[in-house]
Structures are given as structure tokens and as C-alpha cells.
Ligand binder design. Structure first.
Ligand SMILES: Cc1ncc(C[n+]2csc(CCOP(=O)(O)OP(=O)(O)O)c2C)c(N)n1
Length: 910
């Protein structure tokens, strides 16, 4: 305590550095206010000392061995921190102030943007990599995202907690009011989410928009919540910058010593309204009078240092003049358009440019439109994995039910026709991702892991990935199907078979039961998935899918839109149990409709023909073309563009590969490209790569093999996309829901659509009569196609068999978004004389109906031989997801099945 009550005073040099920092903080706000009087800045004025305070915290962490600091913060003071601590050019901020940084990219507003920079503390002589995470307006939402990203960095090296740290800034009203703050503090010491302590700095300006503390919280201090969790809180007066700096340094020392959270509460005021355009006087007359009469911290501190003789008035004037010069230069650069994204830069960096160049370099552009990522493995490899997954150490005492489960699992891989269930399929997918294909140390290991695979199929198997599976009760599995962590019934000892496949050379599975929470938990996993940069498969599982709406902010603001706004790529899997099983309004629905509403594919146009794509094709042509009367793109322009495209440290496209573009365009040497040619090439190109433009995928996998392939596909693609994976409690233990082992091997892959009785249909063995004849009629005689998705397939299929219906086929839509236009028209198109109905268990205003219908009709209008309509069969619309009565549920289900399998169905408002 002595250090807090009688702290050593700052050195003269430190004081001058602190003063300079306050001058920059103050001058930058004044400059922006002068140049952009009508713009919002959310300035830090009244709590300016937080800027040097944050710098001191980061520098202290650096001096104690931390190499990188991830920072999350809200709007207040953000521009200042971006420039004055992280070195973002002021001209760039000016462009953003005006909103003129780009005519093309979606982007985000200036006070949400992040950046990465090196912080050099001149006095401490340390360098720290500092990253400010981008964030949405939703206050405090970024906290757990930052924590997750730090965790991913920490895991990359030994003693990671001492090498990477997080600092979060908060507003006083937000810290007290938003529950997600408590969620984050509660995560701090858990095995799944411990990041070695976070430094929290609260910018306590004693106001939240227009709301005063008496209306904003029940506790005395805005940070009292932290005390309940045993987190120390340091208070500092914002008018005493030295106290703020010392508190921040002490917080950094605390974090380094104890690897635990700590809070600094910087008590100050807000000089303006909520933003600079917002007049606080009508509601805060008395406070404003006090603030108006109160001197600025810079004046207080410079007078103090002048009195102490640490600085002279002439020096102060000199520093200010120097800053003014720098600012004017930056402003001139901005005014000259230096910070405006050019069309060429946009093409190269954001839209098809990078993918185009990569495609030309790697030959990936030659993929056929229906390219399927190779995710199968040889049977021998799966058998080895299956055997190891069922093994336990000598003397390990299993619970009888778990013993039986493991025994059954071992049998599931015995022969090509053995049937694998969902739990085992998941274990095989994860086991195969974490193990090393070239291990020489593991007994019984198949010599050639990828025997029989082509070169392009093998590349997945040369990689080894971490897997992180987190959610409520995931270790056992809510539905008792997983048992990834085994418990010795005598000693209580835990054993994770997947982490003992090749203990010396494999990657790790982290399987953690999370706290009872969705919002912060999903945020943490999202942050981890972004920062791990494709090194790990990250799965967040909801206990039941409907609870994911507690994390709706994360879904809307990060998962669905993070890439478009901030270029953040995430391969996160959201596993959401879903299923109408008569359990009442809750526990039934993962709200597929909500996710589908967020999908960015166009319902009325195929890729390449959407209004957005048309505009992009036109704009790229305009940007690249020359010529007065007849415009054309010159060869040199395209080559120049591609030469500028660099990817992941690869050399820019070589001239040779650029020549391929030319030949792909079908142009003779030297001939320029007309708009028509450019358009047809780009349409083709966009269609091939349409999936890479999706903001996320939504998959409703109905077979174990599909689950296996889709999980492996997450790691085996040239890009990362979030995956909303609808899972089914009912299918976990439903006997017909098994796949033959051969569906995991021999060239199999994830099927976006499953056709009835065909190779990817796991129930195809049931589609023949005892004489081995195909039970269903040939396509021309099929009267109806029932298009469906999810568990209802099994109910329909069983009812069809028991009624011996031969002229109705069931087509399963397994990847709902992005919509598989191409494949669906091919599959459904075979049944030329059939009507097509969509059958779902969810009420009509829910489920996939509203998403599927227009896309189905667009697909057939554009790609089919004849346009086709889709009719609806399912429950009527409803306010609530499901009935509470099991009897009513059963009756409704029978009605749906009856309608689906009746020749002229009574459709509900088709
Ligand atoms: C979740 C959420 N609710 C409401 C808002 C609207 N809002 C923006 S700033 C603000 C006040 C924040 O007060 P405080 O946390 O004290 O920070 P300050 O602006 O005073 O620095 C509010 C209510 C928001 N951005 N996010």
C-alpha cells in the first residue's frame, strides 16, 4: 500500500513526456473541431489524462515482457488514441471525418475502426505491438471478442499469458449498466477463457449521454461490480494526470504479478455534450456551469510544470507550433485525395481482385462451379482413429454406459458398411484434424494417411489443426452423446481420448464447458476464431439453439457482418441444436429464419447478375478502361493491377500467370477488352467464386457423414467463413440417422443437396425392396418432389415407406445458405413432371421457407429448362415457435406428413 499512498514522483523527463502527450491530445481535438465543425468526434475532453494513462499501461506491460497488447474501447477518445498512441495518420482520420475515404467498400464509421501499430515509449525504451479492435456501437460488446483474440495469440507460444495482454476501456454508464461487462469479469478465471488478467480503464466522466449516475446505477461507484468478484479497483483523479499515469502503471504491474483482472477508475467530467454536436445545457444546466468555469487539465498541468521549472512557456509554444505544422501537412495530403481509396486499390484489395490474382497464380480459378472440397479419408485411417478413440489407459474405470458407448463406437468403423452415428462422426472429424498425418511414432498408424487421394485432395491432410469446442456442457454433450472427456469412476481422473491419439506430435483439442452464458461466450469464441487465423477449428455450441438469441448482438454485429465492415475473417462454427419434438415453445427452434435473414445472397438474381455485381462490373471496367469513343480495358492496365496484388506475403502475380488471365479472357495478344467481354468474363468468374462472397454458411446436416465432411470443410477452403450448423437432438440417437463408413471415404465430400436414393443418401439401402430393386419409380414417373431440410426428412421417409409410396421423392437441402442454385436445379430438374413442395416442421413464418421460396424460383427461372413454383406444406404461421402440448404437437406433425404425402395436398396458403 505504501506505493499507492506515497508513490515515487515522476522524473522530470517523464513529466515533460506526459505534458507533450496532453498537448497532442488537446491540440488534435481542437484541430479536428476547427476543420470539421459539423462532425462528431466523441472527444475525451474532461478525461484527457486517460490517453497518456493508456500509453503508460501499455509501456509498463512492454517493460515487463509483454510483446503485444490487444485493446478494446468505445467511441470516446478513440480518434485520439488511434492517432496519438497508435500513429494512425491524421490525414486518414480527416478523410474518415468527411466520409470520403472510399466510394466502394462497405466499411464502418470512423469511431468504430481499429488499427495495429507499434507503440514506442521513448522513455521506457520499449516497443509493443498494439492492436485496437474494431467494434460496433453496441457498447461493451467488443470486450469478450478482444479477450478471445488474446487467448488465441497466447496459445501460440509458451508463457503466452506473459507475452500477450488485453486492455479494455469503458464508459462509466456502460460499465455499470451493461450485463456483458459482468459476463466478461466472470469469464476471467475459467479454464476456457482465462487470459491472464485484463486491465480495465474506466473513463468515468460521470454521465451517460444525458443520464446521471443516480439514474444509471444502484451502486455508489460505477466500478463496484468488480469488487464483488475480488477485482481490485484503483481510483484516479482525471485532473491529476500523474495520478492517472501511476494508477495505470500500477495496474499493469498488478496484471503482470498476478495475471488477474484489475480496474482503474479515472474520475473526471465531460466538457461537451455526448458528442460535439449535442448541447448538454438543456438537461444539465448546473453541471455545465461548473464545467465551463473549470480549467482544462492541460492548463492545470502546464502551469504546474512551469511552476516546478520543468518546462518553459517558450517550449510549450514551440511544441504547439510543431504539431500545428504536422497537422496542416496531413490535412493538405487528405485534401489532395492522398487518403482516398482508388478504384484500383479497391479492386486489388477488397473485391475480386485479390481472389482473381490468387486464382490465376494457383490455378484455383480453374475450379468447376460445383467444386467440392476434398474432405474424405481412407478407411484404414478412419479405422485407426476409431480404434484409438475408443481406447482408455490401463486400469481406467469407465461408467458402464460410457463403456458401452465406446464399445459401440469401435464397432462403427469395423467395416465399410458399418454404420457411424453423429457423435462418432464428430469425434472422427475432430480426431482427424488434430492428428499428424506423417507421424512415425504411433503404433498401428496407417503408413499412408492419405492413401488413394489425389494431390489436390491430400493437402488437407498435410495440415494439423487445433480444435476448440466450447459451450454449456459440451464435454459430455447436453444430449449425452459426446463424452469427449471421460471420468474415472474410482479416482475421478479425466481422460480425453482425442488428445491421446498421438500424444507427442498432434495438435490439441480444447473442450471446455463454458459458464452458463451466451453473449460473452460467443464473443470470446468469435475473437479466438479471427485471431487464430485458420489454425484452429473453433466451435461454439449453444445448449439449445434458441438460447443463441442471448448473443444476438454478436451474431448481427460480428459474425454476420464483421468481414464486410472490418475485413475480419472468421471460420467460427455456431452449433445450434434445433428440432420440433413436442418440448414446447422453447428448446425447439434455433431460429433458422433469423440467420437466413442475415445471409447476403440475393433472392432474385443469380450471382453475377445482382444489381451490386452489375455495378461492380461496370465500376471496375470504368476504373480500368481508357479510350474516348469506344471504351476498352487495355492489357497493360490489367497486368499492372494484378502486379500490385499481393497476398499473404506471396510475390505479386508473375507475368506468366497474368498471361493466363489473358488467355482466359479469350483474347488474342494485344487486343483490348470491350465491356461485353469484360462483363461475360466477370460474370463467369463471380459465379465460380460466389460462395467466397457469402457472409456465412448455414448448413442443416442430416447425416453423420455430412457432419464429418462439413466440419472438415471448414478447414479445407481457401477462405474462412462462419458456419451456422443446425444440429438435431432427435438425430443423435435416431437409428436410421447413421452413415455407412464408406460415406466418409473414397472421394466422398459434403453434399449441398442430397438426392433420394443416390450416393449421398444415407438411407439409400432402404430405398430398395428385398429383391434389390429400386423402390422408387424412375424420374419421369415421379409425381412430387418434397424438398425439405433437417430431421423432418426421417419422419417423411419413414411414413412414405410404411405407405409404400413410389412416386414421391425426398430431396434434402443440406446447405441452405448460400443457396445452391446450380445443384438444386440439376437435382430437382430431373423430375420433370413432378410438382415441388417445400415441407418443414417450423411454422410458416419461421424455418427456411421464406428464404428458400424466392431463391428456388429464381434458380429455375434462370437455370432450369422451365420456370417452376414451390408450394408450402407445413404448420401455419404462429406467434410462438411451438405448442406446449405433446398431443397437439403430434397431431400437427401427422397433418404435415399427411399433406406432404397426399397427391393433392391441402396446402396452407401456398
Ligand atoms: C448497448 C448500447 N446501448 C445504447 C447505446 C447508445 N449510447 C451510445 S453512447 C451512450 C452513453 C454511454 O455512456 P458511458 O458509458 O458513460 O460513456 P461516455 O459516452 O460517457 O463516454 C449510449 C447510451 C449504445 N451505443 N450501445
Amino acid at each position: 500500500m505504501g506505493r499507492v499512498e506515497s508513490p515515487p514522483s515522476l522524473s522530470g523527463e517523464m513529466r515533460r513526456h506526459l505534458l507533450r502527450s496532453l498537448i497532442s491530445t488537446d491540440a488534435m481535438e481542437a484541430f479536428l473541431g476547427e476543420k470539421f465543425p459539423a462532425s462528431k468526434r466523441f472527444s475525451m475532453e474532461g478525461c484527457e489524462a486517460v490517453v497518456p494513462g493508456l500509453e503508460a499501461a501499455v509501456a509498463t506491460l512492454g517493460a515487463l515482457g509483454v510483446a503485444s497488447v490487444q485493446v478494446g474501447m468505445p467511441h470516446r477518445g478513440r480518434l485520439n488514441i488511434l492517432h496519438n498512441i497508435m500513429g494512425k495518420p491524421l490525414g486518414m482520420i480527416c478523410a474518415e471525418m468527411e466520409g470520403s475515404q472510399s466510394n466502394f467498400s462497405v466499411g464502418d464509421v470512423k469511431y468504430h475502426m481499429g488499427t495495429t501499430g507499434e507503440v514506442l515509449h521513448p522513455l521506457k525504451g520499449v516497443r509493443v505491438q498494439m492492436t485496437l479492435a474494431p467494434n460496433p456501437s453496441h457498447l461493451e460488446a467488443v470486450n469478450s471478442v478482444v479477450a478471445g483474440s488474446v487467448r488465441a495469440l497466447q496459445e501460440r507460444q509458451p508463457d503466452g499469458k506473459r507475452r500477450h495482454a488485453a486492455v479494455l476501456l469503458h464508459g462509466d454508464a456502460s460499465f455499470a449498466g451493461l450485463g456483458v461487462v459482468a459476463e466478461g469479469l466472470q469469464q476471467a478465471r475459467l479454464a476456457a477463457t482465462d487470459v491472464g488478467g485484463i486491465i480495465h480503464i474506466v473513463v468515468n466522466n460521470q454521465i451517460g449521454f444525458t443520464t446521471e449516475p443516480l439514474d444509471g446505477r444502484s451502486s455508489i461507484h460505477c466500478t463496484d461490480l468488480a469488487k464483488g468478484l475480488g477485482v481490485p479497483v484503483l481510483y484516479a483523479n482525471a485532473d491529476d494526470p500523474e495520478a492517472v499515469v501511476r494508477a495505470c502503471q500500477l495496474a499493469a504491474e498488478w496484471r503482470s504479478a498476478w495475471l488477474q483482472d484489475v480496474v482503474v477508475n479515472v474520475v473526471g467530467y465531460r466538457r461537451h455534450g455526448h458528442n460535439e454536436q449535442d448541447d448538454p445545457r438543456p438537461t444539465l444546466p448546473m453541471t455545465c456551469k461548473l464545467i465551463d468555469a473549470h480549467p482544462r487539465v492541460l492548463d492545470l498541468y502546464s502551469r504546474r510544470l512551469e511552476r516546478l521549472g520543468a518546462v518553459t512557456a517558450a517550449e510549450l509554444d514551440g511544441w504547439r507550433a510543431e504539431l500545428r505544422r504536422e497537422y496542416e501537412e496531413e490535412y493538405a495530403a487528405y485534401a489532395a485525395g492522398h487518403y482516398k481509396e482508388t478504384p484500383g486499390e479497391w479492386i486489388a484489395g477488397n473485391w475480386q481482385g485479390a481472389a482473381l490474382a490468387a486464382a490465376l497464380r494457383g490455378g484455383e480459378g480453374q475450379q468447376p462451379p460445383h467444386f467440392q472440397e476434398p474432405t474424405w479419408l481412407p478407411a484404414k485411417t478412419l479405422q485407426w482413429l476409431g480404434k484409438r478413440l475408443a481406447e482408455t489407459p490401463e486400469g481406467f474405470s469407465l461408467h458402464p454406459s460410457v463403456q458401452q458407448l465406446l464399445r459401440r463406437r469401435a464397432e462403427m468403423v469395423a467395416a465399410p458398411d458399418s454404420r457411424v452415428d453423429m457423435g462418432m462422426a464428430e469425434a472422427l472429424a475432430i480426431g482427424a484434424l488434430v492428428t499428424h498425418p506423417f507421424s512415425e511414432t504411433t503404433e498401428g498408424y496407417p503408413e499412408d494417411w492419405a492413401a488413394g487421394q489425389s494431390d489436390s485432395e491430400r493437402w488437407l491432410n498435410t495440415g494439423t489443426y487445433g480444435v476448440r469446442l466450447v459451450g454449456q456442457d459440451v464435454q459430455r454433450g447436453t444430449f449425452n452423446h459426446r463424452h469427449m472427456v471421460l471420468h474415472d469412476q474410482v479416482t475421478g481422473r479425466e481422460y480425453v481420448p482425442i488428445n491421446n491419439l498421438q500424444p507427442k506430435s498432434q495438435e490439441r483439442l480444447q473442450v471446455h464447458n463454458s459458464l452458463l452464458n451466451e453473449y460473452a461466450s460467443l464473443g470470446f469464441e468469435y475473437g479466438y476464431s479471427v485471431a487464430c487465423q485458420g489454425r484452429s477449428l473453433v466451435i461454439w455450441e449453444a445448449q439449445f439453439g434458441d438460447f443463441a438469441n442471448n448473443a444476438q448482438v454478436m451474431i448481427d454485429q460480428f459474425v454476420a457482418s464483421g468481414e464486410a465492415k472490418w475485413g475480419q475473417e472468421s471460420g467460427l462454427v455456431l452449433a445450434l441444436p434445433h428440432g420440433f419434438e413436442g418440448m414446447g415453445p422453447d428448446h425447439s427452434s434455433a431460429r433458422i429464419e433469423r440467420f437466413l435473414q442475415l445471409a447476403n445472397d440475393d433472392s432474385d438474381h443469380l450471382p453475377g447478375y445482382t444489381p451490386l455485381h452489375r455495378r461492380q462490373i461496370q465500376e471496375t471496367f470504368d476504373a480500368l478502361s481508357t479510350g474516348e469513343s469506344s471504351k476498352h480495358v487495355a492489357r497493360e492496365k490489367v497486368l499492372e493491377l494484378l502486379a500490385g496484388v499481393r497476398e499473404d506475403g506471396h510475390e505479386a502475380a508473375s507475368r506468366e500467370t497474368n498471361e493466363q488471365l489473358w488467355s482466359e479472357l479469350g483474347l488474342p495478344e494485344g487486343e483490348p477488352i470491350s465491356f461485353d467481354r469484360w462483363q461475360s468474363f466477370m460474370v463467369q468468374y463471380i459465379r465460380r467464386h460466389a460462395e467466397s462472397e457469402a457472409n456465412f454458411f448455414l448448413v442443416n446436416a442430416t447425416t453423420p457423414a455430412q457432419l464429418f465432411h462439413v466440419l472438415r470443410r471448414q478447414m479445407n477452403r481457401p477462405y474462412r467463413k462462419p458456419l451456422v450448423l443446425i444440429t438435431h437432438k432427435f438425430l443423435l440417437h435416431h437409428r436410421p440417422c447413421t452413415s455407412a463408413l464408406r460415406d466418409f471415404t473414397d472421394g466422398t465430400f459434403f453434399n449441398r443437396v442430397i438426392d433420394d436414393g443416390k450416393g449421398s443418401d444415407n438411407t439409400r439401402h432402404l430405398s430398395k425392396n428385398p429383391q434389390g430393386e429400386r423402390y422408387l419409380l424412375d424420374p419421369p414417373w415421379v409425381r412430387r418432389v418434397i424438398l425439405c431440410s433437417g430431421a423432418i426428412y426421417y419422419k417423411l421417409s419413414q411414413a412414405r415407406r410404411s405407405r409404400r409410396i413410389r412416386d414421391i421423392v425426398l430431396v434434402r437441402l443440406e446447405q441452405i445458405a448460400p443457396f445452391p442454385h446450380d445443384l438444386l436445379t440439376r437435382v430437382v430438374g430431373q423430375y420433370e413432371n413432378a410438382e415441388v413442395v417445400w415441407c418443414q416442421e417450423e411454422p410458416k413464418n419461421m424455418g427456411a421457407w421464406r428464404y428458400v421460396r424466392p431463391r428456388f424460383e429464381t434458380a429455375f427461372r434462370e437455370l432450369g429448362k422451365v420456370p417452376r413454383k414451390l408450394k408450402y406444406v407445413g404448420r401455419p404461421t404462429s406467434a410462438s415457435t411451438a405448442t406446449a402440448s405433446f398431443a397437439i404437437h403430434q397431431r400437427e406433425l401427422q397433418e404435415v406428413i399427411e399433406h406432404a404425402l397426399t397427391p393433392e395436398p391441402e396446402v396452407h396458403n401456398s
